[in-house]
Design a protein around this ligand. Structure first.
Ligand code: DI6
Ligand code: FE
Length: 407
């Protein structure tokens, strides 16, 4: 009897990430049908009687699961290159934010752009990530800061997924900064989010999760808690920008709500680490922001390892603190700046990043997982972190199909 697959990949050095380590299979093969992996193993063990509509050879090079960027703010209007220059002249990120620049300037540009303009400005950034191996992407709102513009951002995020044929997970980040209409009334803005924006986003199916910026220059733990209570009541999972610039106990707060992830974490204390371990909250490290802000305080990596907290790595792609268009470069920075091993960085951009989005159908090359994979122009997995920049991805497959990077 013949079994019909949609596709068969042969002559691959597969980094399956199944089991311990990279799960390498040399001269490996992988079969898929209906967008899912149906077989993985050594090429000489392919079952008899298989027919495949398409056969693809990796010519001996490395094949990994598609990368997953689990923290981006890639939908925004304009850019903030001027602020970059100001920071080079000595202004701090906080100085610029207090003077009405920073996130507020991106809010003005994002509001001013029509939905189509916002899509046109944002798509090239998503394409850059895709070209470097990203097959699943999270995108946050947070530059609209009123009902209409927050929903506009989330619609653009969904349209990016549709345009590129990739999965986009959307996160409502209305508690990113105070909109000008609510100057001096942070609690009023949290009320507005709880009463109108959260329910509307949930009802429209536009938010897969809810996030907040819990920081001295943004929202307090008490305000964050109030919003998380509302999100939880609506059945939405939460994530948190926690302990980036100071220790407000953000990691423990996120864990208390069973957060999918707590992100940044440079100032996280040992209570926070323990709480994250107990709650299964993923630690998302964002070395691009650390680099761009010239931070010096490292996240407590050794404590995360010791406590068994899963570590993910993401770009934090945003116009202010991390205009970083490559997840592979974030992996490289995670190794060099945070001393992750290349294997930890790889797991951080696949298996653990999937967990940070609440997804368990991707991140590994294993039967039943989505057939999202990348053919690289390298042989060793560590090379994905070792080479700094450069186009290494030869072919990106999403659900077995060639990704539509060009349109
Ligand atoms: N933390 C960050 O690093 C970004 N947002 C956040 O909450 C910065 C966003 C920006 O500066 O536009
Ligand atoms: Fe962020």
């Amino acid at each position: 009897m013949t079994e019909a697959w949609d596709g068969l990949l042969v002559d691959a050095r597969l980094a399956t990430l199944a089991g311990d380590g990279h799960g390498l299979i040399d001269k490996g093969a992988l079969g898929w049908r209906d967008g899912r992996i149906v077989w993985v193993g050594a090429q000489d063990a392919i079952p008899a009687g298989i027919s495949a509509a398409e056969t693809l050879s990796a010519q001996g090079t490395l094949v990994t699961p598609g990368l997953i960027d689990c923290h981006t703010h890639l939908v925004f209007g304009s850019d903030r290159a001027r602020e970059f220059e100001q920071r080079l002249h000595g202004a701090s990120y906080e100085d610029i934010a207090r003077a009405g620049g920073g996130i507020a300037s991106s809010v003005r540009a994002t509001r001013a752009a029509s939905e189509d303009e916002l899509l046109a400005q944002s798509l090239p950034r998503a394409r850059a990530l895709l070209a470097d191996g990203v097959t699943t992407l999270e995108i946050k709102s947070g530059y609209g800061l009123d009902l209409d513009h927050e929903l506009k951002m989330l619609r653009v995020a969904r349209r990016i997924g549709a345009a590129l044929g990739i999965d986009v997970a959307t996160t409502l980040l209305a508690a990113h900064a105070l909109p000008p209409e609510f100057a001096g009334r942070a609690d009023g803005w949290i009320d507005e989010i709880c009463t109108h924006i959260l329910p509307a986003a949930a009802q429209a199916g536009l938010a897969d999760a809810v996030d907040a910026f819990c920081e001295k220059i943004a929202f307090t733990p008490a305000q964050t808690r109030r919003m998380f209570e509302r999100a939880s009541a609506l059945g939405l999972r939460v994530k948190l920008h926690a302990d980036q610039l100071s220790d407000l106990g953000g990691a423990a707060l996120a864990a208390e709500f069973g957060a999918l992830s707590a992100d940044h974490l440079e100032w996280t204390n040992s209570d926070g680490v323990r709480a994250m371990a107990a709650a299964g909250t993923v630690a998302v490290l964002l070395p691009g922001a650390f680099y761009a802000l010239r931070e010096t305080r490292l996240p407590p990596i050794e404590a995360f390892r010791a406590a068994g907290v899963a570590i993910a790595v993401a770009t934090d792609l945003n116009p202010g603190t991390s205009p970083l268009l490559s997840l592979r470069l974030a992996m490289s920075m995670a190794c060099t700046l945070f001393r992750l091993t290349p294997l930890e960085a790889m797991l951080g951009a696949t298996v653990h990043a999937a967990r940070a989005l609440g997804l368990d159908d991707r991140g590994r090359l294993a039967v039943g997982q989505r057939a999202d994979f990348v053919l690289w122009n390298v042989h060793e997995p560590a090379e994905l972190c070792y080479w700094i920049g450069g186009p290494l991805a030869r072919e990106v497959r999403v659900g077995g199909r060639l990704a539509r990077a060009a349109n």
